[in-house]
Design a protein around this ligand. Structure first.
Ligand SMILES: [Zn+2]
Ligand SMILES: [Zn+2]
Length: 269
């Protein structure tokens, strides 16, 4: 069941309002000016305009899902609440848990392996990836697949919006009056172009990370993370691209990563 425990507060409201405002502004630009979508709408050919709006609604819904849901907050010590995991059941007989999980210095809970405390959310987050200011929430074990899905749908919307915005711009007689008249469409085009580049980079990075079963935090800070720095293999959680992607997108349950860890050194992770 999906828990709605994402970061809240006036900051979150402001960020989400900016997102909704930008989306509505771009939509106005695309439908108020003589773009391809507006022409199709006026001719009664509603298939593409409606499909475009449905995709926009889908991307907005995914945005609010990743922004408001629980990213994977650690609520209890592991001894008090055992995480449910097929892998854990499979490995329980092997007695691999000679690892001491460290206690968070802020919320004083035992951190499952791959969890990290987020200062902005004031929680430890399981399989912490990063705190995203755009969604005003952490990206963690629970909402990371939805985050990637959001990036993908948003990118499709942007790649469609880019030529549509361009189709409404007529550069034959550019003048100050032309500039003033087309200002909203020009701004829409610029916003769409910038976000398209950002989304391509973000989606590429996160698909790479997911396919290697690693996180932004682990990728950037390997030298600071004891369970990676002291491990004999480069990535102890990597099970191959297909299994990694399957686990990432198709496993709803939380995973006890420490049970998959090959090291039995008895040291603190
Ligand atoms: Zn903490
Ligand atoms: Zn956070």
């Amino acid at each position: 069941m999906m828990a709605w425990r994402g970061a809240r507060g006036s900051g979150g409201f402001m960020v989400r309002a900016v997102y909704v405002g930008l989306t509505c502004g771009v939509l106005l630009g695309l439908f108020l000016y003589p773009t391809d979508l507006q022409r199709q709408e006026e001719q009664g050919d509603l298939l593409q305009p409606l499909l475009f709006l449905a995709l926009v609604l889908c991307s907005m819904s995914l945005y609010f899902v990743v922004s408001l849901m629980d990213p994977g907050y650690v609520e209890h010590d592991e001894e008090e609440k055992e995480p449910v995991s097929d892998e854990k059941e499979a490995m329980s007989s092997q007695e691999t848990l000679n690892l001491r999980l460290r206690r968070c210095g802020y919320c004083l809970l035992k951190q499952p392996m791959r969890a990290r405390h987020c200062q902005a959310c004031r929680h430890c987050v399981r399989r912490y990836d990063h705190h995203c200011p755009w969604i005003y929430n952490c990206v963690g074990e629970r909402n990371h697949p939805f985050f990637v899905a959001y990036l993908a749908v948003q990118l499709v919307v942007l790649l469609w919006a880019l030529p549509v915005a361009w189709s409404g711009l007529d550069f034959e007689h550019p003048s100050w009056a032309w500039f003033q008249y087309n200002l909203l469409l020009l701004l829409s085009f610029l916003v769409v172009a910038v976000f398209t580049v950002v989304m391509i980079l973000l989606l590429g990075c996160h698909l790479y990370l997911a396919s290697h079963n690693t996180t932004t935090w682990e990728f950037m800070s390997r030298h600071r993370i004891s369970y990676l720095r002291d491990c004999e293999v480069e990535n102890p959680f990597d099970r191959g691209i297909f299994l990694n992607l399957w686990q990432f997108f198709c496993t709803c349950r939380l995973i006890a990563w420490e049970t998959l860890y090959p090291e039995v050194g008895g040291h603190t992770v």
